[in-house]
Design a protein around this ligand. Sequence first.
Ligand code: HEM
Length: 497
Amino acid sequence: MDLDITFFLLISSLILSFYFIFTRNSNPSKPLKLPPGPPKLPIIGNVHQIAGALPHHAFRNLSQKYGPIMHMQLGQISAIIVSSPRLAKEVFKTNDLALASRPYSLVADIVLYGSSDVALGAYGDYWRQMKKMITVELLSAKKVRSFAGFREQETDQFVDYIRSSCGKPVILRDKVTEMINNIVCKSSFGGNCKQQDVLIEVVDELGKLVSGFYVADLFPEFGFLSVISGMRSKLMKIHKSLDKIFEEIFEERKIRRQRNGESEDDLLDVLFTIKESGGLQFPITDDNIKAVFVNMFTGGTDTSAMTIEWAMTEMMRNPNVMEKAQKEVREAFKGKNKITESDLHDLVYLKYIIKETLRLHPPLPLLLPRECREDIQIDGYDIPAKTKVIVNAFACAVDPEYWDDAESFKPERFDKSSVDFMGTNFEFVPFGSGRRMCPGINFGLISIESALAQMLFHFNWQLPSKSSPTNIDMTENDGATAVKKVPLVVTPTLYSS
Ligand code: HEM
């Protein structure tokens, strides 16, 4: 959790105290039976219990004491934290519709064009239209397959880069992120973006700000906090950079569409065609389309890139897993000098490795928060409308009641197991579940699989001389995404059969 909060909470406490004392009635007419939770301090509630820690770890530790459903007061935000698969099912299945909204966020308001996107937008008819559009028109299995050429170009370039770096230590993350970002760019706009460096930087920054644990998020009624903490100006800057990039691309495309009337096989063209067809219940604007692209870039870049980095990290820590994976890939593609996507479905063990990586390192360990649209009950406790509901997917994925030797990296556990991440096994929900489930699973997985298959097929990998499998730093960075704090450094050598 970001420590800007500590400083600003101190300054703000006095002002906030007056507000609470003079404006709040602390005697609601009907007492609610809220879930148990740790003791709260005035004003900040439970913020101090997660300050300075990674929220998914802090929540999990607290849940071991206070139970799988906890009430926590995070500044002005009344939040329920769910930490067990049994109760995750209550959120995602039994109460999915009542919990289908997202809480207000300043990030979405400023960067996502008044929350008109799919990921952080509030539930309603407009949102349903946009979610359907993104799922059916942009990220369907067929559409994702149609981008195979882009992925192949990018993975080939990545392999060329690694080949040229053989014998030298390589920081994988930068090149992997560039490859994934190029895939998203080409699928979206048909070519690489002119200002790709800016885009990657901005998406990265946004990933950090979206956590929902900044002081401005915790005290939304006090707009001045977003100003004095610098959050608002950071977000405005990000918004302007992104808008400028998209505006240029859109203008160029409009001119091309008018000039030659040809359709281009990318997502921008799909969206312009839908917009111009006029058949939508809620007509969409350029800004709505830009909001969707911010979702594609933020949702589609870091999540996939960090999964590749964590999978490689786990394989470097577990040389027997690496060896088995290389054997599988090399046997499957013996005699070929190129791997195509259609060959990937044979790589069963690689799929287990990716599942196990997503289990221990879910890129969004707390998923994205839900907001309760009406009063409901979970496990006999009252959850009033407007409460923020957070499912700790990480805690579910390491729950010893559901997983043997839960903290160890063992891809074999998925052999002959029907547990999958498609949203029906609540102990394993790295993509969420229910109405707000990730629509980008196909898009993300195919890039992860093909990048890893190429890396395992063409190269052997070693740790730099001072490292050993047992001392790789596995710490995660702060923020909404569980990116590895210290980038993985590995030395490739060319494999020849
Ligand atoms: C390893 C890859 C990925 C992971 C682990 C992942 C994970 C997630 C998670 C946890 C959520 C929130 C689910 C919930 O609230 O229940 C989500 C939502 C979303 N993801 Fe992904 N994602 C990945 C790739 C992608 C890709 C490639 C795209 C698009 C190109 C994408 C677009 C979205 C969108 C638009 C949402 C919002 C859905 C909604 O609110 O209804 N994601 N993702």
